[in-house]
Write a protein that binds this ligand. Sequence first.
Ligand SMILES: Cc1cc2nc3c(=O)[nH]c(=O)nc-3n(C[C@H](O)[C@H](O)[C@H](O)COP(=O)(O)OP(=O)(O)OC[C@H]3O[C@@H](n4cnc5c(N)ncnc54)[C@H](O)[C@@H]3O)c2cc1C
Length: 222
Amino acid sequence: MNVFIVHAHAEPRSFNGALFQSAQEVLRAAGHTVSVSDLYAMKFNPVSDRRNFTTVKNPDFFKQQIEEMHATEVGGFAPDVEAELRKMEACDLMIWQFPLWWFGLPGILKGWADRVFAMGRTYGGERFYENGVFKGKRALLSVTTGGPEAVYQKGGWNGDIHAILRPIQRGILRFTGWEVLAPQLVYAPVRVTVEEREIALKAWAARLKSIGQEQPIEVGEY
Ligand SMILES: Cc1cc2nc3c(=O)[nH]c(=O)nc-3n(C[C@H](O)[C@H](O)[C@H](O)COP(=O)(O)OP(=O)(O)OC[C@H]3O[C@@H](n4cnc5c(N)ncnc54)[C@H](O)[C@@H]3O)c2cc1C
């Protein structure tokens, strides 16, 4: 497989950094091709505006989706956006490695999605959900939290982690056609022992060795 990993943590020695490094090593050792976007290391600009484009459809009024459709027609995406689009389009499996921030994506990853998931190129027309542009490709969220597993149960203190991830898994990934694999969840790596963190790293590595055989999950509706 061609696997594309998007990483959103500013500290290479973080636990997210360890999960990111481990994934690359394991997947390459298993014979997969791996491409990465290490967003902080790349200093990826997460602000979505006219800088997404080299072309202009309407110079008087900026409407992002109109410019996206125009850029799709004429090849007018800025080089940083185009490079990310090509990595997504080339992959069979996309992994997002990130810490949960405010029940959602860190800003740099949300901004990456805002800029890269462009209308025309990644969705639109009749191409949504099961007929989406990325039909046949798989995506997986690898997430760490601050809170322990007990607080991420349905009815619990923070509520169901799967409901928290639904806006990402349904609203971005399924919406554009990706089949979603079960999220990889490491709860509260800050609070556990070194040994427990090592077990979590080994579990991730073990899962990745046979990731090609996994079946997608139902991400749920609202
Ligand atoms: C803006 C913001 C919003 C947040 N919102 C939420 C929220 O909504 N919900 C929530 O639950 N949490 C939230 N958090 C907390 C956040 O999700 C956690 O702090 C984060 O997920 C922990 O992951 P990390 O990679 O940063 O951990 P780190 O602190 O980097 O790592 C934990 C420990 O693992 C160690 N480690 C690194 N590499 C290895 C290795 N190879 N083997 C063993 N140990 C290793 C590190 O040295 C460290 O001691 C928020 C945090 C911020 C800053």
